[in-house]
Write a protein that binds this ligand. Structure first.
Ligand SMILES: C[S@@+](CC[C@H](N)C(=O)[O-])C[C@H]1O[C@@H](n2cnc3c(N)ncnc32)[C@H](O)[C@@H]1O
Length: 254
């Protein structure tokens, strides 16, 4: 793979982090009912797929699949799923869990979501939960998702909430703004070597539309009052008032 600097860094970082994500991967593969984000919100609170069963018989790709549990949920719902990820260690976990759950139909492929070695118009659904949606440059992965989707296909992705990102520093979400909204794009932290990408809402809409998508929904995820998370960056009291995470849902219309 001929990777840009941020992707090389993210691959190395995720190969290091992979061991810490095995338990969560195992838990999520073992649950039949999808749950979303750091608050593990069930489908009754986050209608992420608007009914996962409607993807039965369709071709789906997960961009930055990590341990592959979203791919497993889609496969059990009857979709033909390809999960791609840049990290060999994350894919090793995904492959082991695929074997344990006997879901051998899922194809896992090592590739960057910014340059996927698969033909145009191969998929009806592209999905990313904290995958390409965070770790890839939107100016590269959104055109790539558009290329991979058939006209009428759907793109659903989960990212950190915009306000949460504006308030976040190395210690987590602070009670005051930490960075400007204008120009928000590449974000790095002092305490690890990863590179993230985040955009203002207006820029997401412009970029999606420029790549042939219509935006259908923006879900702002609210933590319930009794919410618990193992995440170090979010506080449930904050997350009952402002969204720590959001889900974008767009359709390729041309
Ligand atoms: C938080 S994890 C994914 C979460 C996922 N829902 C799961 O099942 O674990 C983020 C993933 O993005 C992957 N990633 C980072 N940069 C990538 C890139 N350029 N292309 C594809 N995957 C990438 C990482 O290797 C990592 O596995």
């Amino acid at each position: 793979m001929n990777l840009p600097e941020h992707a090389t860094r993210n691959r190395a970082q995720w190969n290091t982090w992979a061991a810490d994500f095995v338990d969560a991967g195992r838990r999520n593969w073992a649950t039949a009912e999808p749950s979303w984000g750091i608050w593990n919100l069930p489908g009754s609170r986050v209608d992420f797929f608007q009914g996962i069963e409607r993807f039965a018989g369709t071709d789906a790709i997960e961009l930055g699949c990590g341990t592959g549990y979203v791919s497993s949920w889609l496969t059990r719902a009857g979709a033909r799923v390809t999960g791609i990820d840049i990290s060999d260690e994350q894919l090793r976990t995904a492959g082991e869990l695929r074997a344990q759950h006997d879901l051998t139909d899922i194809s896992f492929l090592q590739a960057s979501a910014e340059a996927v070695p698969l033909p145009d118009a191969s998929f009806d659904l592209a999905v990313s939960e904290y995958g390409a949606s965070i770790w890839c440059d939107p100016y590269a992965w959104i055109p790539e998702a558009a290329r991979l989707l058939r006209v009428g296909g759907e793109l659903i992705f989960l990212v950190n909430g915009l306000l949460a990102m504006l308030c976040m520093d190395e210690a987590g979400i602070q009670p005051a703004l930490q960075r400007p909204l204008f120009g928000l794009h590449r974000v790095e932290w002092d305490d690890d070597d990863s590179v993230e990408f985040h955009l203002p809402h207006g820029e997401w809409i412009r970029l999606l539309r420029a790549n042939g998508f219509e935006v259908e929904r923006l879900l702002e995820l609210q933590a319930p009052a009794d919410a618990k998370t193992t995440s170090t960056w979010a506080d449930s009291a904050w997350a009952t008032k402002w969204p720590t995470e959001e889900v974008w849902h767009a359709r390729k219309v041309r």
